[in-house]
Ligand binder design. Structure first.
Ligand code: UT7
Length: 320
């Protein structure tokens, strides 16, 4: 038995913020952001929260899959921007949906969060520990940005994407996941405060700090490698793949991966132009948009690959 995606959903905040709007409040320009990243606008949460977007995306995915919330026996939310330390976003979503039979927990793997959550759900389903899982990537990174750091804050947007997956004979063919904690200092966000009986300390770097070029170099090196690895594991080649769904961090990273793999950029759908980098939500939002556009047909071969804080990176090969 393997794991098949049977329904997808997504949710983004109402408020769209263009590059031109950012240029009114900081020293940047549409020309710089667009030429360096491919981003033209992003949506930023005002009333929305990580939980509300996760629940909305999940509800859509459940509706489209034709299952009832009671059938879900596992909920995993990939997020690094939950609204509360506890309970987890997954437990809050469980309550919203009335998925009373599910075990629910969050998983923190930076922008790889959705893929790591999907791979974990795959393990549960393959081993018979669960039969139907709800996998979500949801982030409100806008609340964790230093809005005076133009090199980082312009890149990110908020949103959530979800997929219902079920045990089936066709679906995921292979998965790979990697971490390198020794390189983690290139993308960090410290806890805000340490406060106990003995210590009262505001952290120095309580907002996202990123060495952009280091992350860029890591991504263009490791993503093609892990795509090749997941294909080797699944017994396929790059020529067999119909779509590569990559984490939407930078258009130039995606172009570089396509070039290194010697694959036409047409096979790399993108939505970074209007959403920016939504971290763990980027792959499931893209997946849902492509499903809505009717882009996939039965038998299509899809590779999803993400990378991010940790450092973490991974890939999933599946048959639609
Ligand atoms: O999900 C994973 C998370 N992150 C990523 O994937 C990020 C990966 N990295 C990147 O996407 C790119 O490294 C960035 C988009 C972050 C930066 O692009 P870059 O081509 O590496 O630019 P840079 O950092 O070398 O900066 C070039 C110049 C600098 O000015 P000087 O020193 O050459 O005068 C920056 O100060 O651009 C300046 N700059 C800006 N100018 C206008 C940096 N940010 C901005 C900005 N607007 N927003």
């Amino acid at each position: 038995m393997t794991t098949r995606v049977i329904g997808t959903g997504s949710s983004i905040p109402d408020r769209n913020v263009t590059n031109d709007e950012l240029a009114k409040v900081m020293d940047t320009s549409d020309e710089w952001i667009c030429s360096r990243t491919g981003i033209r606008s992003r949506n930023i949460a005002v009333e929305e929260t990580t939980t509300s977007m996760a629940a909305k995306a999940a509800r859509k995915a459940v509706e489209k899959s034709g299952i009832t919330p009671e059938e879900i026996d596992l909920i995993i939310v990939g997020t690094v921007s939950s609204d509360m330390y506890y309970p987890s976003t997954a437990c809050l979503v469980q309550a919203e949906l009335g998925a009373v039979n599910a075990v629910a927990f969050d998983l923190a793997a930076g922008c790889s969060g959705f893929l790591f959550a999907l791979n974990t759900a795959h393990s549960y389903l393959s081993s018979g520990m669960a039969k139907c899982a709800l996998v979500i990537g949801a982030e409100t990174l806008s609340k964790m940005m230093d809005w005076s750091d133009r090199s980082t804050c312009v890149l990110f947007g908020d949103g959530a994407g979800a997929a219902v997956v079920k045990a089936d004979t066709v679906g995921i063919r292979s998965v790979v996941a990697h971490s390198d904690g020794s390189g983690g200092d290139v993308l960090t966000c410290e806890n805000r405060v340490t406060r106990n009986l003995l210590v009262q300390r505001e952290q120095q770097f309580s907002y996202t700090q990123m060495a952009g070029q280091e992350v860029f170099k890591f991504a263009v090196k490791m993503v093609p490698k892990c795509i090749q690895e997941v294909l080797d594991k699944g017994g396929l080649t790059v020529e067999d793949v119909d779509y590569f769904l990559l984490h939407q961090a930078n258009k130039r990273i995606i172009e570089s991966v396509a070039k290194r793999l010697k694959v036409s950029l047409d096979k790399f759908p993108m939505n970074i132009e209007c959403h920016g980098n939504t971290s763990a939500a980027s792959i499931p939002i893209l997946l849902d948009e492509l499903v809505e556009q009717g882009r996939f047909k039965k038998g299509d071969i899809i590779v999803m690959s993400g990378f991010g804080a940790g450092l973490t990176w991974g890939a999933t090969l599946l048959e639609w």
